[in-house]
Design a protein around this ligand. Structure first.
Ligand code: GUN
Length: 291
C-alpha cells in the first residue's frame, strides 16, 4: 500500500504565515506591542535544551519576543517559584512556559499550579486542562493541538474512527485522548488510551483506524501491530549518534499504513508552531483586556 507522509514542517510553515499576518494586522498595526513569550528552563537536560532552543528559533523567525530564564542544575523549588511569580506579574510577558521534565527535587504539581492560567500557554494548569475537557475555549497543550491540526489540514476524517493512543502523559497522551473524542467539528473519534500497564497493546492497535504513539520508546510500534491502511502519528523523538528515531518502527510501518508522520519533520514542528499560536492568543486576550 502507498503510505503518504504527513509533513508537519510544511503545515507548520503555512500556520506560521497565518500567525505572522494576524500579528501584523491585529497587533503591530494597532499598538505596536509585540507578543512576548517567557521560557523558564531548569538544569542541563540536553533534550530540554534542544527543545527550548528550537522554540526560541521559532520566536525569532516569526518576530515574537522572548525572554529566557535558565536556572542552573540543583536550583531549589523556591527559586523556580520565584521566577514564575515574576513572570506572572510582569505585564510585558503575554504567556510563558516552564520546560519539563523538572529535576527530582522539584514538585511538578506545585509548579503547574503556581502559573497564572491566563499566561499558561502550555495549557497544563488544571483550569485550562479542565476547560479543554469541557470544550470551553482556552489554551490547549501544544503537541495535542498540533496533532489534531495536522490531521485537520490533511483533511483526514477522524469522526467515527477508532483511535488508539499509546502513552498517557499529561503533555501528550491524556490531552489528545480528550481532544480526539470531544463533541465538536473536528472530534467524535472513539478513543482507547493504552499505557505501560495495558496488557497486549497490539490487541487494540490491530483494530485501530488511527494510532498515536507517545510512549517514549524508540521503534515501539511495529508494522505487525497495525492493520493495513491505519493512520499512524509518531510523537517520539530520540537521537543516537547516527540518526533521529521516533516511537514508530518507520520501515515496518511504511507501506502498511495509509498515512504516517516522519521523524523529524512530523509532529515536532507542529508542536512548536502551536506554542506560537497559543502565545498569539494570550497576546490578543491581553490587548482586549487593556481596552
Ligand atoms: N517537555 C516536553 N514537551 C513539552 C511541552 O510541550 N511543554 C513543556 N513545558 N515541556 C515539555
Amino acid at each position: 500500500m502507498t503510505t503518504k507522509l504527513l509533513y508537519g514542517n510544511l503545515i507548520a510553515k503555512e500556520i506560521r504565515n497565518e500567525i505572522s499576518k494576524i500579528i501584523e494586522k491585529e497587533i503591530l498595526n494597532k499598538d505596536k506591542r509585540i507578543p512576548h513569550l517567557g521560557i523558564i528552563l531548569t538544569g542541563n537536560n540536553s533534550s530540554s535544551i534542544t527543545y527550548v532552543n528550537n522554540k526560541i528559533k521559532e520566536c525569532k523567525n516569526i518576530g515574537i519576543k522572548y525572554s529566557l530564564i535558565h536556572l542552573p542544575i540543583n536550583s531549589l523549588e523556591n527559586e523556580l517559584l520565584e521566577e514564575i511569580k515574576k513572570m506572572n506579574k510582569n505585564p510585558h510577558i503575554d504567556g510563558f512556559i516552564v520546560q519539563f521534565p523538572l529535576e527530582k527535587n522539584i514538585n511538578q504539581d506545585k509548579i503547574i499550579l503556581s502559573i497564572n492560567p491566563k499566561k499558561d500557554v502550555d495549557g497544563f494548569h488544571p483550569e485550562n486542562f479542565g476547560k479543554m475537557a469541557l470544550d470551553i475555549k482556552t489554551f490547549f497543550p501544544a503537541t495535542a493541538l498540533g496533532i489534531l491540526t495536522l490531521l485537520e489540514r490533511y483533511k483526514i476524517k477522524i469522526s467515527g474512527k477508532y483511535t488508539v493512543i499509546i502513552g498517557r502523559s499529561r503533555i501528550v497522551g491524556r490531552p489528545i485522548s480528550i481532544l480526539m473524542s470531544r463533541k465538536s467539528n473536528f472530534g467524535n473519534s472513539t478513543v482507547t488510551l493504552t499505557h505501560s500497564k495495558t496488557p497486549n497493546i497490539e490487541y487494540y492497535t490491530k483494530q485501530a483506524d488511527i494510532i498515536i504513539v507517545a510512549v517514549g520508546i524508540p521503534g515501539f510500534l511495529k508494522g505487525e501491530m497495525i492493520k493495513k491502511g491505519a493512520i499512524v502519528i509518531d510523537v517520539g523523538i530520540h537521537s543516537n549518534e547516527k540518526k533521529i528515531l521516533g516511537d514508530v518502527d518507520f520501515y515496518s510501518v511504511y507501506g502498511k499504513a495509509s498515512y504516517l508522520t516522519p521523524v523529524p519533520g512530523g509532529v515536532g514542528p507542529m508542536t512548536r508552531v502551536m506554542l506560537l499560536k497559543n502565545t498569539l492568543m494570550a497576546a490578543l486576550n491581553n490587548r482586549q483586556k487593556d481596552k
